[in-house]
Design a protein. Structure first.
Length: 171
């Protein structure tokens, strides 16, 4: 009985788990750190850390993770900062949908595909830079983002551009 109580007590203060091919942990300062390789796709607000979505202020994806799953960080309303490594090649459908306090996102040069609605309803989002490595962008990656003033496609992208500072993605 005493062991069960201690385990229950510790679980209230330390969050972390191994899920599919990723491991995650939540620190007291609001940083969610994810390591491993392949993140699963999830349903809306169904990622294993979703019960902490109001407390997540920063997401750090470590080197080795190749996929940001569908709906991985949906409705993380306190999220202001995301760090993505150069091993990520895919950002899934609605991966950051509803992250209303996310101001900007830097997509690494390793990313080749961005799913639809990946950054939709990110009401504080002001800028997105699409690297030249991206070969597939699904429609509406940043719809309903009223403060989005800058969408730039890095020069040298063979599939998309944002010529003459038009703040749009042109195929």
């Amino acid at each position: 009985m005493k062991k069960a109580f201690i385990l229950l007590f510790l679980s209230l203060f330390t969050y972390g788990a191994i899920y599919a091919d990723v491991t995650w942990k939540m620190s007291n300062d609001g940083t969610l750190t994810i390591s491993g390789t392949q993140m699963d796709d999830y349903e809306y607000s169904d990622a294993p850390w979703s019960f902490l979505s109001e407390k997540i202020e920063k997401v750090v994806i470590e080197e080795g993770v190749t996929n940001i799953g569908n709906y991985a960080f949906s409705d993380c309303r306190s999220l202001t900062s995301v760090t993505l490594p150069n091993t990520v090649v895919n950002i899934g459908i609605a991966a950051f949908i509803g992250c209303v306090n996310l101001v900007s996102i830097t997509i690494p040069n390793s990313v080749t595909s961005i799913g639809s609605s990946a950054f939709s309803y990110c009401k504080s989002l002001t800028s997105i830079t699409i690297p030249k490595s991206v070969t597939n962008i699904e429609p509406g990656i940043a719809s309903n983002c009223p403060n989005l003033i800058s969408i730039k496609v890095e020069e040298g992208n063979k599939n998309y551009d944002s010529r003459n500072n038009c703040n749009a993605i042109i195929t």
